[in-house]
Design a protein around this ligand. Structure first.
Ligand SMILES: [Zn+2]
Length: 338
């Protein structure tokens, strides 16, 4: 098969690789219906995170089970399934408390920008949909593999509740879906921080009530003006830079909550400032597996359409153009069709 491999900064190749096969009895091999490029892939694409050897790319996936190992009992060939970017057994102590992305056996799923994918710990990792989905639901189902689940976790970690005021820092796919999650969880006011017209429009479509285009100290000032000078109850940090993290902490009211899901790159917190900020901080890699049954249900019953974040769709063989479009912010998120 041909699949996506990153050789170094801005060097994405679509080349011949061995097709994945069942290695362990707990594995499954999927034939992917769709896959995509993630904002987090850009850290390596841009050379901010080093690439020391040619790396198969992609960690968001859904599709049909092609083959299962002898120990797999919960999914079978022909079913349509979705899984998280972290494989998990879903039975260990960490999984049982709902933190499958800290599973004691966790394994990163890689190489999903390809027609076929091996998923370890298939019983714990994969969730089947109620049937074969119609085409129009497939992009939304794909988002549940990472970005929708991550936006959902950001809102949950920020303790979003009915009637609360929420700020979302970051207008990438995760931030925009954080807006959707915050509204779905009943927040009254959702302030999206974005400077880009198309992203502002999608944020409004997902339920944002206010847009703040300023950032840094100016952005924090605007949030304070909109929240009686005190800051928001819940703030979702969906970027991972120092500026975004400080913007999130300083936009939060005393006693409020920050949910941070942007993978931190060079973020350092000052103990004194944190001490006097009086905020709760919770975040990390989202335990997407925990949310899959509930989110599949919401998509299946057409309550949410997170697939709207895909504003460019390309054949998989044009994956390099997909990376370019996201790098240059010409696209919010790129859908790839094998
Ligand atoms: Zn586990």
């Amino acid at each position: 098969m041909r699949a996506t491999v990153l050789y170094g900064p801005r060097d994405v190749r679509f080349e011949e690789r061995d097709a994945p096969a069942v290695i362990n009895p707990t594995d499954a091999v999927l034939r992917l219906s769709v896959t995509c490029v993630c904002g987090s892939d850009l850290w390596r694409y841009r050379g901010i995170q080093p690439v020391d050897k040619p790396t198969p790319m992609g960690h968001e996936y859904c599709g049909l089970v092609e083959e299962v190992g002898s120990a797999v009992t919960s999914v079978k060939p022909g079913q349509f399934v979705i899984g998280s970017f972290f494989a998990s057994d879903n039975t260990c102590a960490a999984c049982r408390i709902g933190y499958q992305s800290s599973c004691q056996q966790r394994e990163l799923v890689g190489g999903a920008q390809a027609p076929l994918l091996r998923v370890p710990l298939a019983d714990g990792t994969l969730v089947a949909t109620p049937g074969i989905p119609p085409d129009e639901l497939i992009p939304s189902l794909l988002t549940l593999s990472d970005v929708m689940g991550t936006g959902w976790f950001a809102a949950e970690a920020a303790s979003v509740k009915p009637g609360k005021t929420v700020v979302v820092v970051g207008d990438g796919a995760v931030g925009l879906l954080g807006v959707l999650a915050a509204r779905q969880m009943g927040s009254e006011r959702v302030i999206a921080m974005s400077r880009h017209k198309t992203r502002q429009n999608l944020a409004r479509e997902f339920g944002a009530t206010d847009i703040v285009s300023e950032r840094g100290e100016e952005g924090v000032g605007r949030i304070r003006e909109l929240t009686n000078g005190v800051g928001a109850d819940s703030v979702l940090e969906c970027v991972g830079t120092q500026e975004a993290m400080m913007q999130a902490i300083r936009s939060t009211r005393p006693g409020g909550h920050v949910g941070y899901v942007g993978v931190p790159h060079g973020v350092e917190l000052n103990g004194q400032e944190l001490f006097f900020a009086h905020v709760h901080l919770h975040g990390g890699p989202a335990p997407v597996r925990r949310f899959l049954p509930e989110l599949i249900d919401l998509v299946w019953n057409r309550k949410i359409y997170p697939g709207k974040v895909f504003d460019l769709s390309l054949p998989l063989e044009q994956v390099a153009e997909g990376y370019r479009a996201m790098d240059e912010r010409r696209a919010i998120k790129v859908l790839l069709r094998p």
